[in-house]
Design a protein around this ligand. Structure first.
Ligand code: EPZ
Length: 417
């Protein structure tokens, strides 16, 4: 099992290129199920989760041709087997995104329930409620969702809570439904907007993506398209938090500053100097960060996927930060590992009270989930001595060659077997 060995204490200097967004690429790959025509994607990140999705789609009947330059062409001439097996779903919850498009394309799907995961119970009841409103019948048998629908028909669906993949699943299904679907209380994430843009390029009629009310007018069929995936705002935020913690001056090219307002605001509050161009962000940080309190919320609020990284930043900041996690019911696993590095963190329900210390001490720590791992790497960059982060397969799910990119910025970091 790979580990990352980090020797802390160096500022970050230089420039890195941001990869395509994992959480846009995954639903967009599933859009290929909606048409027999080729879907040509650019800027697809080279990640474990993308490979997992390509494998799942391959089993269903999608030919996915991945190219070295990060482009990918997907074509679904016919659905071979509309099934998402437990073995794949348990490694990646986003597998549930094949449910809506399969019902729309071939009227049936057998998808394993995702089960729990490290960041809390993550049910899919909103996905099912919406699909049933569109005429699907879904039976839960032996851990699988067995769904059928003669032809999905448009419906007005008020989501009980904001769910990113719930919104995406229903948007995918509604694109080919008979009539109009209105999603109320829809997720507003940039990745939802990118999916809508791709579907529109394929011929779908979608209005309101990015707002909390999305209208989809179903069409009879969709064509292929060419689409470029947006930059990954969480990878961008992760590098920004690393630079704010370690100090130095970093330029992120191929970034999308307009999707990071909440993060940029918190970094400025921490004392960083940030300048932005349309597709680049530059951060400069001298001296110790100020403690910054935050509360996660659906977009455009502060992203839950940035919470662990900002807890690592708070660990050595000046003052005390109150970090409240409102989206997931168990997303503080990294706090226990940060304490091993000497962080002073007290957990009180959905809030972590982080009292900044002068220095963290390097130690052996263990990654528990994708963004927790990123937080531990950031802590390792500032800790005195050597930090060894274990189980970094979690990192590989969502970061393309993180140690290479950080090494290019001067960090002493290497992957060890
Ligand atoms: C997406 O997950 C992202 N994954 C997550 O990123 C991200 O943390 C999350 O949105 C929140 O922003 C992808 O886009 C592939 P939700 P998703 O449905 O869609 C509850 C990463 O690091 N809920 O928005 O699964 C749920 O339990 C990953 O890249 C229901 O109760 O998250 C959670 O508490 C981690 N019923 C809250 O809503 C449902 O039917 C938000 O979940 C659906 C969700």
């Amino acid at each position: 099992m790979d580990k990352l060995r980090i020797t802390g204490g160096r500022p970050l200097e230089g420039e890195v290129r941001i990869s395509g967004a994992k959480n846009a690429a995954l639903p967009i790959m599933c859009a290929a199920l909606l048409t027999a025509r080729p879907l040509s994607l650019a800027n697809v990140p080279r990640l474990r989760d993308v490979r997992t999705m390509a494998k799942l789609l391959g089993q269903i009947g999608v030919e996915a041709d991945e190219r070295a330059d990060g482009s990918m062409v997907l074509a679904t001439s016919a659905i071979r087997e509309p099934v998402a097996p437990y073995e794949l779903v348990k490694t990646m919850r986003a597998s549930v995104l094949v449910l809506g498009p399969l019902l729309a394309r071939c009227g049936q799907a057998r998808v394993s329930l995702p089960g729990g995961c490290a960041i809390g119970s993550r049910p899919v009841d909103q996905h099912l409620k919406g699909l049933q409103a569109m005429g699907a019948t879904i039976a839960i048998e032996h851990g699988y969702m067995n769904a059928r629908a003669e032809r999905l028909r448009g419906a007005r669906i008020v989501m009980d809570l904001v769910t990113v993949t719930g919104t995406e699943n229903l948007m995918l299904a509604a694109s080919l439904a008979e009539g109009t679907t209105v999603l109320e209380n829809a997720a507003r994430e940039p990745e939802v907007v990118d999916l809508a843009r791709c579907l529109a390029a394929m011929g779908a009629h979608i209005e309101g993506a990015g707002s909390s009310v999305i209208r989809i007018e179903g069409v009879r069929s969709l064509s292929g398209a060419a689409h470029r995936v947006i930059p990954d705002r969480i990878e961008t935020g992760t590098f920004l938090a690393a630079a704010a913690a370690a100090g130095g001056r970093v330029r992120l090219s191929g970034a999308a500053p307009d999707s990071l307002d909440a993060t940029l605001g918190k970094l400025r509050e921490a004392g960083a100097t940030i300048s932005t161009q349309p597709d680049a962000i530059e951060i400069e940080m001298a001296g110790r960060a100020n403690a910054v309190s935050l509360r996660t919320a659906p977009y455009p609020g502060f992203a839950t996927d940035m919470q662990a990284q900002f807890m690592a930043l708070a660990a050595t900041a000046r003052g005390t930060a109150m970090i409240t996690e409102t989206i997931f019911d168990n997303r503080f696993q990294h706090a226990l590992e940060l304490q091993r590095l000497g962080a002073d963190i007290t957990l009180r329900g959905d809030t972590a009270v982080v009292k900044g210390v002068e220095r963290l001490q390097g130690a052996k720590v263990m990654a528990t989930d994708l963004r927790a791992s990123a937080g531990l790497v950031i802590a390792g960059l500032v800790a005195q001595g050597e930090t060894l982060v274990d189980r970094i397969y979690h990192l590989d799910r969502g970061y393309e060659a993180l140690e290479r990119k950080l090494g290019a910025l001067g960090a002493r970091i290497q992957r060890v077997k």
